[in-house]
Design a protein around this ligand. Structure first.
Ligand code: PLP
Length: 361
């Protein structure tokens, strides 16, 4: 029997979204970003669904090792690189390609004597001020890296866009020109674009693109859904009604009684809560699908349950299916109702939620 709460993955949708990436960046190699457990979809499942990419990118060394140990033969890029010699040992052992973004890492590399044991990506900070060498540090870093015997040549070059999801913000063009001016004619492959870069900034398309969120069918832009961009959602989050009961005028619902019944209606209790990753701050009115029809969430989200107003669904009964997001209810819309971004919702689906594949249902 399927547990009350489960997520269904449509892996054909992931393949479709990958084709969309190709249509935007037909000449680029694709580095599929599957960090954070494949944005909550399951690292190994997503990797398997995306076999037609040129590389995978993860944030951390342990994520890369998991992928490699599962038998993955692709290039695997570790976006945060390493912070100590032991981590570099692991990268070499599992043939993972780290980002090099700091002088601390550079010193660790300079202390090594292996020959061409590691392919690296040199990260340039063009304004995000997170990871990367500053433009004025770049030449010195590049020269020193070039002397490191452990490094395989040519060195690949990367930067990350801070504001690409805002199509009006010219910061992105400034970042791109700063990158191009700084790396100049150096040999080595280049990579700039995340999903928003791929979809909105042609200037960001270079040798490699790094799609993340769009592969899962989700829009990187605050004012679009993935569906509007021709993407298909990969994850559906589902539950069921566990209680249905009439409530009267004046009844208060949920913790702190924040929702007060104004006219008699029917209350539905759904087995889903923040303990599953449903957002605690979803407001009253957040849409929920009961038997495929929209009803509003009412009152506070609890750990294991939410309450909905079934006024428009008087025949609904315990056991009826509920969809929290997925096909027919964009996770982008839920994110807006909870003052967050869809990335946090899919990443936040917890261990307790069983993940199923649509093809197996
Ligand atoms: C997460 C990440 C990406 C993917 O970003 P999306 O917005 O999900 O497409 C690309 N590059 C880097 C460096 C990242 O950290």
């Amino acid at each position: 029997m399927i547990p009350a709460v489960y997520a269904v993955l449509d892996l054909n949708a992931a393949e479709h979204n990958l084709q969309k990436v190709r249509s935007y960046a037909p000449d680029a190699k694709i580095m599929a970003v599957i960090k954070a457990n494949g944005y909550g979809h399951g690292l190994l499942r997503i990797a398997e669904a995306l076999q037609n990419v040129d590389a995978f990118a993860v944030a951390r060394v342990d994520e890369g090792i998991r992928l490699r140990k599962a038998g993955n033969k692709r290039r695997i890029v570790v976006l945060e690189g390493f912070t100590c010699a032991e981590e570099l040992d692991e990268l070499v052992k599992y043939r993972l390609d780290p980002l090099v973004h700091s002088f601390t890492q550079l010193e660790i590399l300079e202390n090594r004597t292996e020959q061409e044991a590691c392919a690296i990506w040199l990260k340039l900070d063009t304004g995000m001020n997170r990871l990367g060498f500053k433009p004025e540090e770049f030449n010195a870093a590049y020269q020193r890296l070039n002397q490191c015997s452990i490094i395989r040549h040519p060195i690949s070059l990367m930067t990350h866009l801070a504001n690409a999801d805002d199509k009006q913000d010219t910061t992105t063009l400034k970042q791109i020109s700063l990158f191009n001016d700084t790396v100049g004619l150096l040999p080595g492959q280049r990579s700039i674009a995340n999903s928003a870069g791929i979809l909105a900034w042609k200037e960001a398309l270079t040798d490699w693109v790094r799609p993340g969120v769009m592969l899962y069918g989700i829009s990187p832009f605050p004012d679009n859904t993935g569906a509007q961009l021709g993407l298909k959602p990969v994850m559906g989050l589902h539950s069921r009604l566990i209680a249905v009961k009439p409530i009267s005028r004046g009844d208060k619902v949920g913790y702190s009684g924040t929702w007060i019944c104004e006219k008699p209606t029917i209350l539905g209790v759904v087995a889903i809560g923040y303990g599953d990753g449903y957002p605690r701050y979803a407001k009253t009115g957040t849409p929920v699908l009961v038997n495929g029809q929209r009803v509003p969430l009412i009152g506070r989200v609890s750990m294991d349950m939410i309450t909905v107003d079934l006024e428009t669904q008087p025949k609904a009964k315990p056991g009826d299916p509920v969809t929290l997001w997925g096909a027919g209810l964009a996770v982008e819309e839920i994110a807006l109702c909870a003052d967050t971004i869809p990335y946090t919702l899919v990443c936040g689906v917890t261990q307790r939620v069983l993940i199923l594949e649509k093809s197996a249902l």
